[in-house]
Write a protein that binds this ligand. Sequence first.
Ligand code: AP5
Ligand code: MG
Ligand code: ZN
Length: 222
Amino acid sequence: MRLILLGLPGAGKGTQAKILAKEQGLLHISTGDMFREAAAEGTELGKKAQEFMSAGALVPDEVTIGMLLERIAKPDAAAGLMLDGFPRTIPQAEALDQALAGQGSQIDAVLYIMVPEAELMERLTGRWSCSQCGAIYHTQTKPPKTSGVCDECGGTLTQRADDQPETVKARLDTNRAWTEQLADFYGKQGKLHEIDGTGEPSDITQRLLSALQGVSAGSEKA
Ligand code: AP5
Ligand code: MG
Ligand code: ZN
C-alpha cells in the first residue's frame, strides 16, 4: 500500500504516520524529518534546506523531488509507503505519480487530516520531540512522564526552531493554498479521504483505519 498523509502544519501527520506505518507495515517517510537530519549533519542539502525551513517557506521542488524519488527507489520502500509531508506542491505530486508509474505502482489513498487553523498554532507552539527516536509530545495534550525526557527511549526532548509563533504563521500561509490544490488533485483521481483531525489521537487513528478499509493496494482507480 502506498499512502499519503495530507494536512496543514500541526494537523497530526507525524503523530498518525508513526502509528499507521507500524500497524500497516509501511515505510514512514517524512521529508521534513529528512531535511532536519541533513541540517543536523551539516550537509550541503541540509544547509540549503535550513534557510527555507527557518523562514517557514517550502524547500524548492528541484531539491525536494530529487531527494524523495531517491528515497523511494531504495529496496526498503518496496514494502509500501506512508508519505508524511510530501507531496506539498502540484509539481511534486506529478513527479511522484510519474515515478511510481515507472515502477508499475501508484498512490492508493490520500488521507487528508483536517483541523481548524486556530487549533494548529496551539499544537505547534506546545510541541516537543525526542532528539533520539522522534517521538512527538505536547506540553498540554501529551506531556512526557518526566519533563524533558522521552517516555519511549529516555532521549532528550527538544523544540523545533520553526515552531515559534511567527514562523508557524508563515508556514500556514505557505501551505494553505497548496494543501487545497493537492486535495483537489487527488479528489479528481478518486483517492482523497477527508478525515476529521480533531479530538483524541486514538480516535483519529480509528478514523484513518476505517477510511483505509475500502482501499486495496495497487487497485486501479480512474
Ligand atoms: P514538516 O516537518 O513536514 O512540517 P509540517 O508540515 O509543518 O508539519 P509538522 O511536522 O509541523 O506537523 P504534523 O502534521 O506532523 O503534526 P504532529 O503530529 O507533529 O516540514 C518542515 C519544513 O520542511 C517545511 O516547513 C518546509 O520548509 C520543509 N519541507 C518538508 N517537506 C517539504 C516538501 N515536500 N516540499 C518543500 N518543503 C518541504 O503534531 C503537532 C503537535 O500536535 C504535537 O505536539 C502533537 O503532540 C500534537 N497533536 C497531534 N495530534 C493531536 C490531537 N489529536 N489533539 C491534540 N494535539 C495533537
Ligand atoms: Mg511532522
Ligand atoms: Zn525517544
